[in-house]
Design a protein around this ligand. Structure first.
Ligand code: SF4
Ligand code: SF4
Length: 171
């Protein structure tokens, strides 16, 4: 018998589930300890490759509305130029510093217009890499669990990973 892939959930469908999933994920994180990091990384990379192309970011933009992407010192000048202002003015209005890293501090991001990034081809490296599902030791990354609550790609990858690992949790 042919197994159908379960449907992908969009932002408005995943949001009502997040409180219940927060509890479930405590157990899932424990479950993940039984599996090697290499295997989990492979599954996450595979699922990301399958799921990401099926999610329409231009109907979402939730990352650009809710996150503060890090920026490198050498990206600052270009971003200011793209914003049509000086580096100093751009920095004072739109850039924060947490003691280690510079980041774009406005929410939504100042470069977000409707659902699209108006500097898409020149967006910071941190934005290009989002949702950061192609790294190593994914099961240990705190950002995975933060991004799970924000990004439908991450949410669906993790939910499909649960199915792949035959994880179940009775509430
Ligand atoms: S720079 Fe573009 S991609 Fe990055 S957060 Fe802002 S709008 Fe989104
Ligand atoms: S990367 Fe995730 S949060 Fe950002 S627009 Fe795409 S689906 Fe939405």
């Amino acid at each position: 018998m042919l197994m159908m892939d379960p449907p992908l959930l969009l932002l408005n469908e995943m949001r009502p589930l997040l409180a219940k999933k927060a509890v479930e994920n405590i157990f899932f994180k424990k479950h993940l300890r039984q599996h090697s990091s290499i295997v989990i990384d492979e599954f996450i990379h595979e699922l990301n490759a399958k799921i990401a192309p099926k999610i329409n970011c231009l109907a979402c933009a939730n990352c650009c509305k809710n996150l503060e992407p890090g920026i490198e010192d050498n990206e600052l000048e270009k971003l200011a130029e793209l914003a049509g202002t000086t580096t100093e003015l751009f920095k004072s209005s739109f850039v924060g510093f947490d003691g280690e890293t510079l980041f774009l501090k406005t929410k939504p991001c100042t470069f977000l217009k409707e659902f699209a990034c108006e500097i898409y081809t020149n967006r910071p490296g941190a934005c290009k890499g989002f949702p950061h599902l192609d790294g190593k030791d994914m099961k240990y990354k705190r950002s995975l669990w933060t991004n799970y609550t924000i990004c439908p790609i991450v949410f669906n990858v993790v939910e499909h990973l649960k199915m792949k690992l035959k994880f179940s949790h009775a509430a």
